[in-house]
Ligand binder design. Structure first.
Ligand SMILES: [Zn+2]
Length: 254
């Protein structure tokens, strides 16, 4: 796939897998790795540096990266974890920060911070779910716009749905439906589903021509499809309510 979405690289080491955004800046002569107080890494590189070189640089600094992660985790681990949720292919710890404001949500580093008035686990679940759906809707609309342009297709209507059995579909009326749970998956898998459904705007079948067209934009379509099958549980069994089910709110002391 061409790099239409913002550039990023993956750093993988032992149990760690993090996505690091890449900024290209012609004022830089060397690579610079940064880590902010919200637990996020970023890397700034001169324009011509290849992905392989960036990845090698990250491996050379793997000890530095791991130390930053460990320190960040020890700072945030004093917060109680209310459960875990998958988000963009990573597993984030739900951290609650009780407060007097309306609930607000912010994924940072390896945590999914929720702050504000937390009065019931049902309220919490519905808040997380609506936040994820909103994120999904924003991200999927953006991807449909970017990829449609690239593929030269036109989708008449995009609908974000909550199907239990499919990630997406495309109708002869040129309506593309996408599942909000795509936001839980690794962006690569999510991009594949969007490209797949958009390719149906040209070929409304799974013919040889369909796959050839799709592979122009997603060369590893077949492998990605196979990987996607391993995530079927997110479609039919996963729910935010279940993720929080073992969690009970501790009543505040008078
Ligand atoms: Zn299909």
């Amino acid at each position: 796939m061409k790099h239409t979405s913002p550039e990023s690289v993956f750093f993988e080491s032992e149990a760690i897998r993090i996505e690091i955004p890449v900024h290209r800046d012609r004022r830089f002569r060397s690579l610079r790795l940064g880590f902010d107080r919200n637990g996020r890494f970023s890397i700034t590189v001169p324009p011509g540096i290849s992905h392989a070189n960036i990845e090698r640089f990250l491996q050379d600094h793997s000890r530095w990266i791991r130390t930053r992660i460990r320190r960040y985790e020890s700072q945030t681990s004093s917060l109680p974890a209310a459960g875990w949720i998958p988000y963009k292919g990573r597993t984030l710890r739900i951290c609650l920060i009780p407060g007097i404001h309306r609930l607000s949500i912010q994924p940072q580093g390896d945590c999914f911070f929720i702050s504000g008035i937390i009065d019931s686990s049902e309220g919490l679940a519905s808040c997380i779910k609506s936040w994820l759906k909103q994120e999904a809707s924003r991200e999927l609309s953006r991807l449909v716009d970017v990829f449609s342009l690239e593929m030269g297709v036109r989708c008449r209507r995009l609908s974000i749905r909550d199907q239990k059995s499919r990630w997406g579909s495309c109708s002869s009326r040129k309506t593309v439906s996408l599942n909000w749970k795509l936001i839980l998956l690794d962006p690569k898998l999510c991009h594949y589903v969007v490209l797949h459904e958009l390719a149906h705007l040209i070929h409304l079948n799974h013919s040889r021509d369909f796959w050839a067209f799709l592979r122009t934009y997603c060369p590893d379509a077949h492998d990605t499809r196979r990987v996607l099958r391993n995530h079927a549980y997110l479609l039919n069994r996963f729910s935010i309510e279940n993720q929080l089910s073992g969690f009970e709110l501790i009543p505040e002391m008078p």
